[in-house]
Design a protein around this ligand. Structure first.
Ligand code: NAD
Length: 361
């Protein structure tokens, strides 16, 4: 099949890790007879250098012609980079917020997968991790709730008072819930909806609407959990989770907690999806300017982001499984980039890791 993939190389290690992921994607295309047509898009610091702006209309227009976008990472060293002498709306990060908004990306997917081979990087005890590690995904609503509600700070009866409002309508909840259930159908078929329904009206609406959506997916085990309990359960027994569905602020906090338990920053992919199958896929780490150009960055988070792209935007599940299996195989064979290297394993460079992953497709 033919697909058009936007590539945002970005800044720092971004161009290197995207190149390694493209090696793997090309191997997938060759093995399965697909044609991936790549379109290079400017964003962040690279876009500022070329055009003066972190995001241009050209990039948005071109992005909309793609089936999905794979991004490295954007941004520079805040202390030394000239990009940070610009006003905030002209800095690299403004480009990222801008493109997310322009593409209507409302569903944020953050997997936390602990590979057995990297259990030393996990702060949890061995008996909690178990034999096979854990593999969960947090589906976080990204465009509503507290971060986008009405806010004000004013004096009330002579006392300075700040107010932030948390609002969701049923349509916003239904569309993200459907996304979470569709994702669970491709996984172990369990959805845990996380809220604070013992206190918040918005959470009670989340429960009502997600229960309605759950009724359309009888194959899926559906449960509700209070967010404070979920925060505990993530470190007590992460294996119990498959898909965690939650609103914006709870998801923000829980996804960082979950990623910490999954070990190295160089291993964690993410995705942001819109109403269609379109999505922007990127590692959760930043552009790591401190190690750019040294061929030592870990490309696995970006390669796993590419696997998510194959699964969720291009609907190529077998191909996505193949990429994830290649990552598993390379780790089992003992190859490690410097960030995940430990005594007794084989240290490889970034490009060698890319070659190994490609060879295992
Ligand atoms: P960072 O994630 O770039 O780096 C933190 C530490 O992790 C560094 O020591 C770095 O060398 C290491 N690291 C990160 N990715 C790695 C990889 N793949 N392999 C090996 N080591 C890796 O975070 P930071 O230093 O706070 O931010 C650097 C820049 O990235 C900033 O400009 C920041 O704004 C930007 N940033 C961008 C995104 C994004 O594009 N979505 C996200 C976070 C940060």
């Amino acid at each position: 099949m033919d697909f058009r993939i936007g590539l945002i190389h970005g800044d720092g290690i971004g161009p290197e890790i995207v190149d390694e992921a493209v090696k793997v994607l090309d191997a997938v295309a060759e093995k399965y007879g697909h044609h991936f047509q790549y379109s290079n898009l400017l964003l962040g610091g690279a876009s500022i250098d070329a055009t003066g702006l972190p995001l241009t209309d050209d990039t948005v227009r071109e992005a909309k012609t793609c089936d999905a976008i794979l991004m490295g990472s954007i941004g520079g060293d805040a202390k030394t980079s000239p990009w940070y002498k610009l006003e905030p709306s002209k800095r690299p990060e403004a480009g990222l917020l801008g493109i997310r908004h322009a593409l209507g990306l409302f569903a944020n997917l953050r997997p936390a997968h602990l590979y057995r081979e990297l259990r030393d990087a996990c702060p949890l005890r061995d008996d909690i991790i178990g034999e096979d590690g854990f593999d969960l995904i947090i589906v976080r609503e990204l465009t509503g709730g507290l971060y986008f509600g009405k806010r004000e700070t004013k004096e009330v009866d002579g006392v300075l008072t700040a107010t932030d409002s948390l609002s969701y309508n049923e349509n916003e909840i239904r569309r993200i819930a459907k996304r979470a259930f569709e994702i669970a159908m491709k996984r172990r078929k369990k959805v845990t909806e996380v809220d604070k329904a013992n206190v918040l009206d918005s959470s009670r609406l989340w429960r009502k609407i997600t229960a309605e959506v759950a009724a359309e997916y009888p194959e899926i085990t559906y449960e509700n959990m209070l967010v404070d309990n979920c925060a505990m359960q993530l470190v007590r027994d992460p294996k119990q989770f498959d898909v965690i569905l939650t609103e914006n602020m709870f998801g923000d906090i829980l996804s960082d907690e979950a990623s910490m338990t999954a070990g190295s920053i160089g291993m964690l992919p993410s995705a942001s999806l819109n109403e269609t199958s379109f999505g922007l896929y990127e590692p959760t780490h930043g552009s790591a300017p401190d190690i750019a150009g040294q061929n030592i960055a870990n490309p696995i988070a970006t390669v796993l982001s590419a696997a998510m792209m194959l699964r969720y935007s291009l609907n190529l599940d077998t191909e996505a499984d193949d990429v994830e299996a290649a990552v598993q195989k390379v780790l089992t064979d003992g190859y490690r980039t410097p960030d995940i290297w430990s005594e007794g394993t084989k240290k490889v460079s970034e490009s060698e890791m890319g070659d190994l992953l490609k060879a295992n497709i």
